[in-house]
Design a protein around this ligand. Structure first.
Ligand code: SAH
Ligand code: SF4
Length: 343
């Protein structure tokens, strides 16, 4: 028997072709997308708008794939980490972060990551594979079903992987999340380690989501060492791309800055950072390093972190210290590794 078609794995055009090929009118494609992404059903029989006959007929040749929930952990601070299994047995993590009136889901774009940042647990183990568009968008579906009647308000691409290294799938996923799931691009943030040419391509090809840059250093020497991507796209090239990024009115680029004791946390660094960001509508998120097993770095003490923030503020830069959530369950920034890593 021929294997069944996964409806989620099809692009809109492929779905229309499939529907026509099944002898059905093309409006059924739109209807299916609506039920899969807006109503967030997980199987064809749940699509009650279709007659029972039609659901049975479709089920004979097609199915809807779902991420398999393998584990769910809750942190003392309310952060939750979900471990999902993919159809080929790989696994990824997504993190749900409650904060005042927001509920942010942090999603993964790759299994692992090839960028090799030295301070990041995901990065120390290399790339297993890119996620497909539907696997990226799908992280939202089981989580919103599990937490119903609560509502995910924001999406951040800050889980495992470098989203701009999986460009096509991320653009397609963004399309599904905004157009089909109806989550506003204003509530979506994509974070990148700085693949400069792709930053500008993103502005052309994807809905206008918020951009975050993991900057993490103020000299090429230090950045080369902690983030190898800098050797291809050094600070000047990266910040030029940020300057050329067509920001909508009143929006700013977020610069993430992981503070590593003795590496990038000096007063000189703070002053250089002010200079580097000149002319870019920006805000800075300071993230004191989250330790993980086997790392070479340390988190600076609170006094040092506050001094760094004060210098930025006195240079007229909005600078927030990000409380790291979910550390007790390794759900904080840079602590995701899913199952395969370390085995
Ligand atoms: N690959 C993308 C998206 C992942 S975001 C990127 O790097 O931007 C992950 C964020 O966590 C990045 O801003 C990264 O700088 C930060 N991070 C990684 N390891 C960390 C650690 N051990 N402690 C604190 N922040 C970390
Ligand atoms: Fe990859 Fe981002 Fe981690 Fe760097 S910080 S290794 S780009 S996930």
């Amino acid at each position: 028997m021929a294997s069944k078609t996964n409806l989620k794995a099809l692009s809109r055009q492929e779905l229309e072709t499939f529907i026509r090929g099944s002898g059905l009118p093309v409006f059924r494609a739109k209807q299916l997308l609506h039920w899969i992404y807006e109503k967030r059903v997980q199987s064809i029989p749940e699509i009650t708008e279709l007659s029972k006959d039609l659901r049975e007929k479709l089920s004979q040749k097609a199915y809807i794939s779902n991420l398999e929930l393998l584990d769910r952990q809750t942190s003392k601070d309310g952060t939750e980490k979900f471990l999902f299994g993919l159809e080929d047995g790989e696994s990824i993590e997504s993190v749900l972060i409650p904060d005042e009136n927001r509920l942010t889901l942090c999603i993964s774009s790759q299994v692992g990551c090839a960028m090799g940042c030295r301070f990041c647990l995901t990065g120390t183990k290399g790339l297993k594979r890119n996620l497909k568009a539907h696997e990226i968008a799908d992280q939202i579906i089981p989580v919103s079903r599990l937490i119903a009647p609560g509502q995910i308000t924001n999406i951040v691409f800050m889980g495992m992987g470098e989203p701009l290294a999986n460009f096509e799938n991320v653009v397609e996923a963004l399309w599904r999340i905004t157009e089909l799931m109806k989550i506003s691009p204003k509530r979506i943030t994509l974070s990148t380690s700085g693949i400069a040419p792709k930053i500008l391509e993103l502005a052309e090809k994807a809905p206008m989501v918020n951009l975050a840059i993991s900057l993490n250093a103020t000299t090429d020497e230090v950045r080369d060492y902690i983030m190898p991507v800098n050797r291809a796209y050094p600070l000047k090239v990266l910040l030029d791309a940020c300057r050329r990024f067509p920001l909508p009115a009143r929006r700013r680029i977020t610069f993430e800055y992981v503070l590593l004791e003795g590496v990038n946390d000096t007063h000189e660094d703070a002053k250089r950072l002010i200079k580097l960001l000149k002319g870019i509508p920006s805000k800075v998120n300071l993230i004191p390093f989250n330790p993980h097993p086997g790392e070479e770095f340390r988190r600076p003490d609170d006094k040092r972190v506050l001094e760094f923030q004060d210098i930025l503020i006195s240079g007229n830069i909005t600078a927030l210290i990000r409380k790291s959530k979910g550390q007790d369950i390794l759900a904080a920034c840079g602590q995701l590794k899913a199952k395969y890593v370390g085995s």
